[in-house]
Design a protein around this ligand. Structure first.
Ligand SMILES: Cc1cc2nc3c(=O)[nH]c(=O)nc-3n(C[C@H](O)[C@H](O)[C@H](O)COP(=O)(O)OP(=O)(O)OC[C@H]3O[C@@H](n4cnc5c(N)ncnc54)[C@H](O)[C@@H]3O)c2cc1C
Length: 308
């Protein structure tokens, strides 16, 4: 058998990666987790989590991250800070190229998650100057100010409600005439008198001199344009997979999410995927950690078979 650095390398330190790391460390695999920023993933930018089982009072994203990291480290999971740039997956030894080195491993779990989708209306100009994807990080800067939120799913609605703790008014711009979010969130948002809904509308432009001053929106039914005066704009219109480093080496769906079977196995033996980066009907913390437990179990069996 060829020499490797690790039995298993996990790419990404969000809930999926940390859970896979916990299971793999408990199984006494020679494992490494690589994370490009800091462990936690999208959870780090989540204000309040109330749908993760076992925490009836809810908890903040950073609190959950601390618990996940502590639990994985308790069983000896090493976490290193590096960005994965590419993968070579032919043959039984897989090669992971990071910014600083090449790592040889028998198996890989890809848990690199997803990033917010952008509007393509010149957001770059207002990055850090009024434009945000994170209410937890930036909401407090908008105390007694007017902000625009964009989207209609769970994240947009939950985070818009959170923004009303600070902002005097939140325009919630949604391209349809009803929200997609869970009913309980819809009820809370509709009852919140600081939220004004801008239905059937899309953002067509952002304006301002030093920072954001206004957001242009267009009604898709009437074609009418309107300018909303606002100092902040928060965008929650979906996510794109962090799977660029995978290239064409694995099968993906038309949106670039990695295709897996029920064992979290990808199209290449020894390579597994878990969490938001894979094609799945629901992208949540509970589903990410469930995927990851299966992926680690599958990887363990793959490695055992390889060694015997
Ligand atoms: C604002 C917001 C609020 C949310 N609220 C909730 C909620 O209330 N309840 C709920 O269940 N879910 C919520 N979600 C969704 C939940 O956060 C995700 O489903 C979950 O984090 C997915 O976990 P993951 O580990 O698959 O991916 P991620 O959390 O995206 O983690 C992936 C990690 O991989 C790392 N990575 C990516 N590429 C590389 C690379 N090339 N090299 C090394 N590392 C890499 C990233 O830096 C990241 O840390 C929310 C999401 C957002 C954005």
């Amino acid at each position: 058998m060829e020499n490797v650095d690790y039995d298993l390398v996990i790419i990404g330190g969000g809930p999926a990666g940390l859970t896979a790391g916990l299971y793999a460390s408990r199984a006494r695999l020679n494992v490494l987790l690589i994370e490009r920023v800091a462990p936690g993933g999208q959870v780090l930018i989540t204000d309040h989590i109330e749908n993760y089982p076992g925490f009836p009072e809810g908890l903040s994203g950073p609190e959950l991250t601390d618990k996940l990291v502590a639990q994985a480290r308790q069983f000896g999971l090493p976490i290193e800070s590096e960005e994965v740039e590419s993968l070579t997956l032919e043959g039984p030894v897989k090669i992971i190229k990071t910014s600083g080195r090449e790592i040889r491993t028998h198996a890989i779990i890809i848990a690199s998650g997803a990033s917010p989708r952008t509007l393509h209306v010149g957001e770059e100009r207002f990055q850090g100057k009024g434009l945000s994807y994170c209410a937890t990080c930036d909401g407090p800067f908008y105390r007694n100010k007017t902000v625009v939120a964009v989207g209609g799913g769970d994240t947009a609605v939950q985070e818009s409600i959170f923004l009303t703790k600070f902002a005097s008014k939140v325009y919630l711009v949604h391209r349809r005439d009803q929200l997609r979010a869970t009913k309980i969130l819809q009820e809370r948002a509709l009852a919140n008198d600081k939220i004004e809904f801008v239905w059937d509308s899309v953002v067509t432009g952002l304006d301002g001199f030093f920072g954001l001053e206004s957001v242009k929106v267009k009604n898709l039914k009437t074609q009418e344009e309107r300018t909303l005066t606002a100092e902040g704009c928060f965008i929650w219109i979906g996510i794109v997979p962090n799977a660029g480093f995978v290239g064409d080496s694995l099968e993906k769906d038309p949106w670039g999410f990695i295709i897996t079977d029920a064992h979290m196995a990808t199209s290449v033996p020894g390579v597994f995927a878990a969490g938001d980066v894979r094609n799945t009907p629901l992208r949540q913390i509970a589903t990410a950690v469930g995927d990851a437990a299966i992926a680690a179990y599958s990887a363990e069996h793959y490695i055992e078979n390889l060694k015997s």
